[in-house]
Design a protein around this ligand. Structure first.
Ligand SMILES: [Zn+2]
Length: 305
């Protein structure tokens, strides 16, 4: 089992008081530094190439993000998405981690991987940074699996509390990708209704504010996991956001660390059943530092099996 990260991901700083802070990744890495994670194969993430990014983003978007980082201070891309001097490098390493993890999974070494990276990715669309996201890391990974490895069925499971609107928009006309998401509704970014089905390759399962373990597990067990199994993915990608935790300040679901271990074990089983065990998970949200660290640790522990 591999752990991909890069120090550059700590140098993306949206500014004082922003919830998507470098302290998030520091908390995750500290939690994964304990003895029980000693067996993790730790790998420094390479940069994604412009070619890899352009599989899902417009050339104009890639150029803009790479050219926008200010020499000092921050530059604002939308209400809550900012770039600092280190942001372009962080975004390249975050997407590059997911690409490298796909290559490793396809090569058979350490078939499972967790990418402890930031900025997160699932809100970024083909031509727009939004919701703290610059490049769509999981989408870049899925497109790489198709283009570089010739896969015909790639599943993306997204359990972040927010809907992965960017991932959905990028793949809603691409039947080689199945995108499956549980998320709170109503909540930012406002997409993710059950009627949004793409070309029958998008499954959205909204949860109401206040719902917790029971509703979450019922949704995955009853609707989302059966769809994933029926798709018989050759690779399982995970948008692992931990902001559906009960302590998270940005949302109102009530999951706990055990729920993350539970869903992770089921996704591992999915990968074992169809994908020769190949599973690549990448960090999305999670804004209570203690809850994030504990949930990510539960996730990685379940990935290690
Ligand atoms: Zn989120």
């Amino acid at each position: 089992m591999r752990l991909y990260t890069h120090p550059a991901c700590l140098a993306h700083d949206p500014g004082e008081g922003h919830v998507e802070t470098p302290a998030r990744l520091r908390a995750v890495l500290r939690a994964l530094d304990r003895d029980r994670f000693a067996a993790l194969d730790r790998v420094e993430a390479p940069r994604a190439t412009p070619e890899q990014l352009r599989r899902v983003h417009t050339a104009a978007h890639v150029e803009r993000i790479l050219g926008l980082a200010p020499a000092e201070g921050t530059v604002r891309l939308d209400e809550d998405t900012l770039m600092s001097p280190g942001s372009a490098e962080a975004a390249l390493r975050a997407a590059g981690a997911a690409v490298a993890a796909v290559d490793a999974a396809m090569a058979g070494h350490g078939v499972r991987a967790f990418c402890a990276v930031r900025p997160p990715g699932h809100h970024a669309t083909a031509d727009r940074a939004m919701g703290f996201c610059l490049f769509n890391n999981v989408a870049v990974a899925a497109a790489h699996a198709i283009a570089a490895h010739g896969l015909r069925r790639v599943a993306i499971a997204d359990f972040d509390v927010h809907h992965g609107n960017g991932t959905q928009a990028i793949f809603e006309r691409e039947p080689r990708v199945l995108f499956v998401s549980s998320h709170q509704s109503p909540l930012y970014p406002g997409t993710g209704g059950e009627d949004e089905r793409g070309v029958d390759n998008v499954v959205n399962a909204p949860l109401a504010p206040g719902e917790g373990s029971h509703a979450f597990r019922e949704l995955w067990e009853g609707a989302l996991l059966p769809r994933l199994h029926a798709f018989r993915p050759q690779l399982v990608l995970v948008s692992a956001g931990f902001d559906a935790h009960r302590d998270d300040p940005l949302a109102d679901l009530r999951l706990n660390g055990e729920d993350y271990a539970w869903i992770t074990a089921r996704l591992v089983r999915l990968a074992d059943a169809h994908a020769d065990g190949r599973l690549v998970s990448t960090l999305e949200g999670g804004y209570d530092l203690a809850a994030l660290a504990a949930s990510a640790a539960a996730h990685v522990e379940a990935l290690m099996g």
